[in-house]
Design a protein around this ligand. Structure first.
Ligand code: FAD
Length: 415
C-alpha cells in the first residue's frame, strides 16, 4: 500500500501530525503497535495548559537539590543506577534552567503554547469532542504564604503575556472547593486552560476524525521501518501488509530516538516517568476542578474514571521496572486533604514524559536522512502541544512557511 507519508506513533503528537498532514492533501498512514492514545497521552493529568508559557525548569535552589539527592521528595524521584546514566543530560538541563537561558527558552516555548487552545479547538469542533472539556481553568494550591506570594509574582508576570488568573485566599479556596480538608494559604486559579475528562478519549476522537477523512490507521511495529533502494520508506503492519511512502514522521514519544538512532540520529531524552491512580468519588464531596498541590507536586483531577491522582517525575528508563513508592507517597499526602475514596484501578498506570535538556520539543527534518522527520520531546506539555506541533510540521513538510519560527525546535540542534 503506497501513501505519501507514514506517521509512526498515535499519541497526541502523532495524531496531531497525521491530521494536519492530511489537511494539506497528503495521503497519510498512521501506525501504532496499540490503538491510538493508550500510552503517555492516555494517562496524563488532562490539562491543555495555555498558562504554561514557560516550560518546566529544574529548580536550582540548594534546598530542592539536597532533598532531591536524598530521594525523598514526592515530586521528583530517581533510581541511582539510572540517574547516573543520565548525568550528562541532567547537567545540561540544570544549566539550561539558569535564568539567562530560561528566559530565551520561554520566549520560544510561548510561541507554541499560545496556539495550543486554538489548534485543539479546531480539531475538537471537527471531531465533535467538545463534551470532553470537563472544565475551564485549574487551581495551583499553596500551603504556605511564602510560596503563595512568590507564585503570585509568577502569575502577575504571565498576565503581561495575556495569560489570565484569579488570586484566591485560603477562605476563597474553602468556598470554591468545600470538600478539601485542611488549611491552605491560598491558590492561583489559571482561567485559560481546559481540563479534559479523559485524555485518551480525546486522542481517540481525533484519530477517528483522521479515519473519517480517509486516513489509514494500522497496527504495526515501528521498528520494522526500513529504507528502500529507491530512496523511500517501508513499514510492516501487524496483518502482514507493507506500507510504502516517500516520507516518514517518527512520533513515538519517549521511544523515538531508539528508532532514529538506527538511522544515525540521537538526542538526549530525559525520561521523566509518572504514575496515576483513580479513586472513587465520596458521596456529597465533589472536587469541582483539577488541583495541583504545588508544594508536593502531584495533581488531583476529576475525570471520567474517578478522581485521577498523577505524580511528578521519576527519573528512570522508559522500560525499567515500576516502583509504586512515588504514587504511594503522593496518595498518603493527598488523602489528608482531598476527598479520595477507594482505589479504582488494580495497578497504578505509568507513562513517560519525554523531556529534552533545553525543555523544548523536537520537530522537523532529521539531519542528513532525506525523507525522515521527527516530532517528539514534548516533556510536560505534549498533550497540550500535539495539535500545534502537527500544524507546524505539516507546513514544513509541504514547503510552506509555518506561522511561528520553528528553528528553535529543530532536530539539528542535537546533531
Ligand atoms: C503523569 C503525567 C501527567 C501529565 N500531564 C500533562 C498535562 O496535564 N498536560 C499536558 O499537556 N501534558 C501532560 N503530560 C505530558 C504528556 O502526556 C506527554 O508529553 C504526551 O502524552 C506525549 O505524547 P506523544 O504522542 O509524544 O507520546 P505518547 O502518547 O507516549 O505516544 C507514543 C506512541 O508511540 C507508540 N509506540 C511506541 N513504540 C512503538 C513501536 N515500536 N511501534 C509502534 N508504535 C509505537 C506508543 O504505542 C504510543 O501510542 C503528562 C505526563 C505524565 C506522565
Amino acid at each position: 500500500m503506497t501513501h505519501d507519508i507514514i506517521v509512526l506513533g498515535a499519541g497526541m503528537v502523532g495524531v496531531g501530525c497525521a491530521l494536519h498532514l492530511q489537511a494539506k492533501g497528503h495521503a497519510v498512514a498512521l501506525v501504532d503497535r496499540r490503538a491510538p492514545g493508550l500510552e503517555t497521552s492516555y494517562g496524563n493529568a488532562g490539562i491543555i495548559q495555555r498558562e504554561a508559557i514557560g516550560p518546566y525548569a529544574l529548580p536550582r535552589d540548594f534546598g530542592f537539590l539536597w532533598s532531591g539527592m536524598l530521594n525523598q521528595r514526592v515530586d521528583v524521584r530517581y533510581r541511582a543506577s539510572e540517574a547516573a546514566r543520565m548525568l550528562g543530560p541532567l547537567w545540561a538541563y540544570y544549566r539550561q534552567s539558569a535564568p539567562e537561558h530560561y528566559r530565551r527558552i520561554s520566549r520560544e516555548y510561548e510561541t507554541l503554547i499560545a496556539l495550543s487552545l486554538d489548534t485543539h479547538q479546531a480539531l475538537m469542533n471537527d471531531a465533535g469532542a467538545q463534551a470532553l472539556i470537563a472544565g475551564q481553568g485549574y487551581l495551583m494550591l499553596y500551603r504556605t504564604e511564602r510560596e503563595l506570594h512568590s507564585f503570585f509574582e509568577v502569575a502577575d508576570e504571565r498576565a503581561q503575556h495575556g495569560v489570565h488568573h484569579i488570586k484566591l485566599s485560603g477562605a476563597d479556596v474553602a468556598r470554591e472547593e468545600p470538600a478539601l480538608v485542611g488549611r491552605f494559604a491560598g491558590a492561583v486559579r489559571w482561567t485559560d486552560p481546559w481540563a479534559i475528562s479523559s485524555p485518551g478519549d480525546l486522542v481517540q476522537a481525533y484519530a477517528r476524525l483522521f479515519e473519517q477523512r480517509g486516513g489509514a490507521l494500522h497496527l504495526g511495529d515501528a521498528t520494522t521501518l526500513r529504507k528502500t533502494d529507491a530512496g523511500g520508506w517501508q513499514v510492516s503492519t501487524a496483518n502482514g501488509h507493507t506500507l510504502s511512502a516517500r516520507q516518514v514522521v517518527v512520533a513515538l514519544g519517549p521511544w523515538t530516538t531508539q528508532l532514529t538512532a538506527r538511522f544515525g540520529y540521537t538526542a538526549p531524552v530525559i525520561p521523566k516517568r509518572g504514575y496515576h491512580m483513580h479513586y472513587a468519588r465520596l458521596p456529597g464531596k465533589p472536587l469541582n476542578s483539577t488541583v495541583i498541590d504545588a508544594e508536593y507536586g502531584y495533581v488531583v483531577a476529576p475525570m471520567k474514571d474517578g478522581l485521577r491522582l498523577t505524580t511528578g517525575a521519576e527519573l528512570a528508563r522508559v522500560d525499567a521496572p515500576r516502583n509504586p513508592a512515588q504514587i504511594d507517597a503522593a496518595e498518603k499526602i493527598a488523602r489528608q486533604n482531598f476527598p479520595l475514596g477507594e482505589r479504582v484501578d488494580a495497578e497504578p498506570w505509568m507513562g513517560t514524559r519525554p523531556c529534552m535538556p533545553d525543555m523544548k520539543p523536537v520537530f522537523g527534518p532529521v539531519p542528513e536522512v532525506p525523507g525522515l522527520w521527527c516530532a517528539f520531546g514534548h516533556g510536560h506539555q505534549g498533550f497540550t502541544l500535539g495539535p500545534v506541533t502537527g500544524e507546524l510540521l505539516a507546513a514544513m513538510m509541504t514547503g510552506e512557511t509555518p506561522r511561528v519560527d520553528v528553528r528553535p525546535f529543530s532536530p539539528g540542534r542535537f546533531a
